[in-house]
Design a protein around this ligand. Structure first.
Ligand code: SAH
Ligand code: SF4
Ligand code: F3S
Length: 442
């Protein structure tokens, strides 16, 4: 009899990718995914530790899982609760002590061991956590994935050696590791063969990818993308996240020369004050960042640029914050993500004495977000009246509507029948809001 698994994925795109791999691994044990937690024999949450709120969400999800487990027990149904991801890695063995309802916990580098742990657990071997850093083993141990739609994520690099003073990722994902070009190309082939038209290459610091090339020499990201672009059936290539000063001239040239490489780059600046950037342990100043933006725009004038921002980092003054607003005006971001600084256990910034009061963080965030939203809206409005190629990726909220993405990663709605999913269609853009465009076929 097939068993069912419910997966709640929190956090970044890397976690979304990991969840697809976990589900593929569980399929081997006979688990089928369900969207209804009440009917799941295995309840799973893939966790994020990046901000305090993210970590809190995990424990409220586990509370809900526990209630479902008890309800099911009344009906004589057994339920297993398993947790994966960065919270497990950060807390290690302490996690199971804190989360009493959890049977099995695996860190982001150990999820390939999940099927084995489930089998052992069912043989009454007890609760267990595995939180090791064994990335090489992980990727080798997993079967080739299948694409779950026409856009697919593919992790090419994992971990981070940058140690920004606020960030937990180097502690949860370990040190930087690049997969080989062969492994990446084989996985890309498997994804395209099972329906992917677009691949998003993932890495915490993706520009640092330096895997073994097909010729045995070390390749860089631009070489990998060049080779990927030759793959039949793959129509669009994207990558994220870029550390601003690690982008090479070859990557900038790739944006000019490779049509399949989409004109979009996520280039998190975090803050617009050199003093704050230094305290954050970011390896660039604002002038260097703007230079990268200029080079990218020279190579590919229409490139859309997005960013992440942190407001209220320890010691951030009003004038530091105003410098962030000034950078936003200069770059005119197409999209952005912004957060209040959240002190994280074990990071140097959490120990800094000059923490910014919550009320000031809240105020700065709302000022910044209003500005970013306004810019995003005016950016989107520049496309009204133009034609854009849109990859149709999913059903829309309304009946008869499909959603897709423009080359600039704008969400576009259109009325078209479902059999057009997976196609790239040219749409005439008729309306724009801050969050999406609407188009019609021409
Ligand atoms: N590797 C990427 C970011 C990964 S984390 C990079 O270097 O840009 C995603 C985003 O979360 C970061 O860009 C940052 O803006 C935000 N973030 C990370 N730690 C944070 C913290 N302690 N408080 C608030 N935001 C944080
Ligand atoms: Fe975190 Fe900095 Fe690494 Fe990004 S570059 S994952 S913000 S430590
Ligand atoms: Fe969160 Fe881990 Fe990603 S902490 S942002 S899920 S790398």
């Amino acid at each position: 009899m097939t068993k069912k698994v419910f997966m709640n994925t929190m956090g970044c795109q890397m976690n979304v990718y990991d969840s697809t791999r976990i589900l593929d691994a569980l399929a081997i044990l006979g688990y089928e995914e369900t969207q209804k937690p009440e009917e799941a024999d295995l309840l799973m949450v893939n966790t994020c530790y990046i901000r305090e709120k993210a970590a809190d969400k995990v424990f409220s999800c586990l509370g809900r899982f526990q209630e479902i487990k008890q309800e099911r027990k009344k009906k004589g149904q057994e339920t297993l609760i398993a947790v994966a991801g960065c919270v497990v890695q950060a807390l290690g063995d302490a996690f199971l002590k804190k989360a009493h309802s959890v049977d099995i916990a695996v860190g982001p580098q150990s999820y390939h061991k999940l099927p084995e742990l489930i089998t052992q657990f069912n043989r009454k071997n007890g609760r267990k956590t595995i939180a090791e850093f064994t990335s090489i083993e992980k990727f080798d141990a997993l079967a080739q994935p299948t694409s779950h739609g026409c856009t697919a994520f593919l992790a090419i690099q994992e971990g981070c050696d940058n140690f920004c003073s606020y960030c937990v990722v180097p502690y949860t994902r370990g040190c930087e590791y690049s997969r080989s070009a062969e492994a990446v190309l084989n996985e890309a082939r498997a994804l395209v063969d099972t329906g992917a038209k677009e691949i998003m290459l993932l890495g915490q610091n993706v520009d640092c990818w330096h895997g073994e090339g097909l010729d045995g020499k070390t390749w860089h990201l631009a070489q990998l993308i060049e080779r990927l672009a030759e793959m039949d059936g793959l129509l669009r290539i994207r990558y994220t996240t870029s550390y601003p000063v690690d982008i090479t001239d070859e990557m900038i040239a790739a944006h000019r020369d490779i049509p399949k490489l989409m004109p979009y780059i996520h280039l998190p600046i975090q803050a617009g004050s050199d003093k704050v950037l230094k305290e954050m342990n970011r390896r660039y100043c604002v002038a260097q960042y703007l230079e990268v933006v200029e080079k990218l725009r020279k190579a590919r004038p229409d490139i859309a640029i997005s960013s992440d921002f942190i407001v209220g980092f320890p010691g951030e003054t009003d004038s530091d914050f105003e410098q962030t607003l000034a950078v936003v005006d200069k770059v005119r971001y197409a999209q952005s993500y912004s957060f209040k600084y959240s002190p994280r256990p074990g990071t140097p910034a959490s120990l800094m004495k000059n923490q910014v009061p919550e009320a000031i963080k809240t105020e700065r965030l709302s000022i910044l977000q209003a500005k970013l939203l306004e810019l995003q809206k005016s950016y989107n409005q520049t496309f009204v009246g133009k034609n854009l190629p849109v990859l149709l990726t999913e059903r829309g909220k309304q009946k008869g509507q499909l959603n897709g993405y423009s080359p600039y990663l704008q969400n576009v709605h259109v009325s078209l029948p479902e059999d057009r999913l997976g196609d790239i269609v040219t749409l005439h853009i008729s309306a724009a809001t801050a969050s999406s465009l609407s188009g019609e076929t021409i």
